[in-house]
Design a binder for this molecule. Structure first.
Ligand SMILES: [Zn+2]
Ligand SMILES: [Zn+2]
Length: 346
């Protein structure tokens, strides 16, 4: 079978490898859709400790497909089931795992990041992932492409649970990529009064407008002044930094309203994460600042259900669908910020 494997920095190859065999506690998935995200871009650009010439790694962690085969001990799934698969698995026995936070387990692994993922015709779902409930069935009305987006969407939902949107809130999102738009869509569903998306890339802002004309957009020109004007000097109830920029983290403190909630969604590049912050903004405005990473299985399933019920539409975030052989070109498009979600389909 064909797989896209990372052999090191800037070294992604489409290789022919043996179709994997499963043991009695594993599931074999025939991959149907696998979306590209910033993690894939970074892993290709910087290399990864789990990917080497002698031990190449199959990437792809936003996963949907059809079950091809199940191990003899498995009764919950059968061949032909349409599923989305959450990528993070824990040890299963530590306090974090037992509390439902397998994604925060200190010895967690992730499909497509530390173990073989979904940029391949077939992939093994390991026994721990099967037992923990990472495989989630989807109905025939939900496309594999939409189901694959439950992964990034549930990362966004993890943050959404932390910052909370009250009816009428003004929500500002810095970063007009697919993640920023997912925050915007959730904010709208929760009844936000005003949703403002800020980005330096005006083409991306135009795409946001096309997706929903309710979204207000602001480019980099005098953004903070314009935002304060737009909110009558109050600032934003919620600010989300959906970009890897220290300056966005600084701006978020200044544009937050009194009692504002800020989520630092985008991580910063290694070596750039020490940021000078005016902590008096936090003190005197009584701000709440949260971080986030990955998603719990509960959040993953909630998001799949939101997608399945059409409460949040994600299909309009998919810009291109490529064959596996064109993965590198698609990753490079994502890296240049071209299109929203780029995806491999089989
Ligand atoms: Zn991702
Ligand atoms: Zn654990």
């Amino acid at each position: 079978m064909k797989a896209a494997q990372l052999f090191g920095k800037e070294d992604l190859r489409i290789v022919d490898i043996a179709k994997p065999e499963i043991n009695s506690d594993e599931v074999l998935l025939k991959v149907k859709a696998s979306a590209i995200c910033g993690t894939d871009v970074r892993m290709l650009k910087n290399g990864h400790k789990k990917a080497s010439e002698s031990n190449p790694l199959t990437l792809g962690h936003e996963i949907a497909g059809e079950i091809a085969e199940v191990g003899a001990n498995i009764s919950a799934y059968k061949a032909g089931d349409r599923v989305a698969v959450a990528p993070n698995l824990g040890c299963g026995v530590c306090d974090l795992c037992v509390s439902g936070n397998t994604h925060m387990c200190r010895s967690s692994e992730a499909l497509g990041v530390t173990i073989a993922g979904a940029f391949a015709e077939y992939m093994v779902i390991p026994a721990e992932a099967v037992r923990q409930g990472n495989i989630c069935k989807i109905g025939s009305n939900t496309s594999f492409e939409d189901a694959a987006l439950a992964e990034p969407f549930s990362c966004v939902y993890n943050a959404f649970e932390l910052y909370g949107v009250n009816p009428g809130d003004c929500v500002v999102i810095i970063g007009a990529g697919p993640i920023g738009l997912m925050h915007a869509k959730l904010a709208k569903m929760a009844g936000a009064g005003k949703i403002i998306i800020n980005d330096l890339n005006t083409e991306r802002l135009a795409e946001c407008k096309e997706i929903d004309s309710m979204f207000l957009t602001m480019d980099g020109n005098n953004f903070e002044e314009n935002l304060m004007k737009e909110t009558g000097g109050r600032g934003a109830d919620v600010v989300i930094t959906a970009c890897p920029a220290p300056s966005a983290q600084q701006a978020a403190l200044r544009i937050a309203a009194i009692f504002g909630r800020i989520n630092y969604f985008g991580g910063l590049p290694a070596g750039k994460s020490e940021v000078a912050l005016d902590t008096n903004e936090i003190h005197y405005k009584q701000l709440t600042i949260t971080g986030m990473t990955r998603q719990s299985l509960r959040q993953f399933r909630t998001c799949l259900s939101l997608i399945e019920q059409n409460l949040v539409k994600v299909s309009d975030l998919i810009s291109t669908k490529s064959a596996l052989k064109d993965l590198e070109a698609a990753i490079n498009r994502s890296s240049r910020g071209e299109g929203l979600k780029n995806m491999v389909v089989f």
